[in-house]
Write a new protein. Sequence first.
Length: 363
Amino acid sequence: MHLPKFLISILVLLSACKSTNSLPKNYDYTPVLLHLSSVKQADSIGYNLVKELPQLLYPKLLTGDLPLWENSNKDVEITKNSFAEKETQAISPFVGSNDLFIHEVWKIFKSNFEFGVLGFSFSGKTKFGGKINYGFVDAADIINLLKTTYIPCNANGSSTLSYWDVLQSKKFHFNVVQFGKEDFKTNPIRAFEIRDQAIKSEKVYRNFFEIELNKEIEYKILHPSINTNEENSNLYFTIQKLVNANKQTILNAGGDEYFTHLMFVPWKIENIVVKERWTKYNNIPFQELLTVQLFIDKHSITLNKAQLEELDLKMNLQGIEEYLSEKSFSFILQRINSQEIAPQEADKYYKALRNNSWNKIKS
């Protein structure tokens, strides 16, 4: 017997409504397993947790300094030799895995969503298509590392975002593959419903970490020998004069032993590289000077903002930070956050930094 198409549509709709309405309004702390795929992470968020977390943990797993367990029950520990053996069987290195599993607990009570991160599981594939279980890492063993280490971000991301911030923001693509004892094999749609109720529903309040977009940029001020901008000549001349008049002060600020051999000869500035942190307020970018790196005789000295202010470096009657923020000199953008910028793309990226939404800088 064939049912009319309109009747089939009604039955599907009723089935969907029934599934949604059956979602619990409240539930106590429930184990939840999230799956993240590397290829499904949006470029606009600026980071890829699936790629970066294994990179962060890999050295400690190789040396055995980080406990690695067979599963989240933590009954059997995997030795560093066993871990290395698993990797030799894999079609790609541990750090090249496409999958990451995050173990969490979720709770909804009186329309408030809470969650906690318990740990991480890593997997791979053998050269013959089989599955490799690399093991489970307890979040408690790496929480300080996660909180104190910035995750690498491309130009679309933020320069001061820790791994823990990312986990607490839930700003990454994931699917729920297990909720309590449910594995969703008979009702896969329910996995999306449970996820969306917790993460997206307007009826549920959640206190996720709010990511503040800021950028760390690095640029090279072009040397007068390859540039005709008078500001560049004045800047190099002024800094070179100040440096030679304050050699000992600069050495105390961080010059290496090499420069002690040059105390009695004139120092010539070969290159100047500046690092700044940019933030936005009312859509207006504000620039904060971080460091100025001076290259002398193919070696470098890095001075921070406080050290530069102590030297009382001024240009055109302006403090160095204010002067640099005006960008009246010629320069080439070299890096935004962790992303290196090719010279031929420097102008394009700088224009995007000034004009585009900050999650749409990387093309």
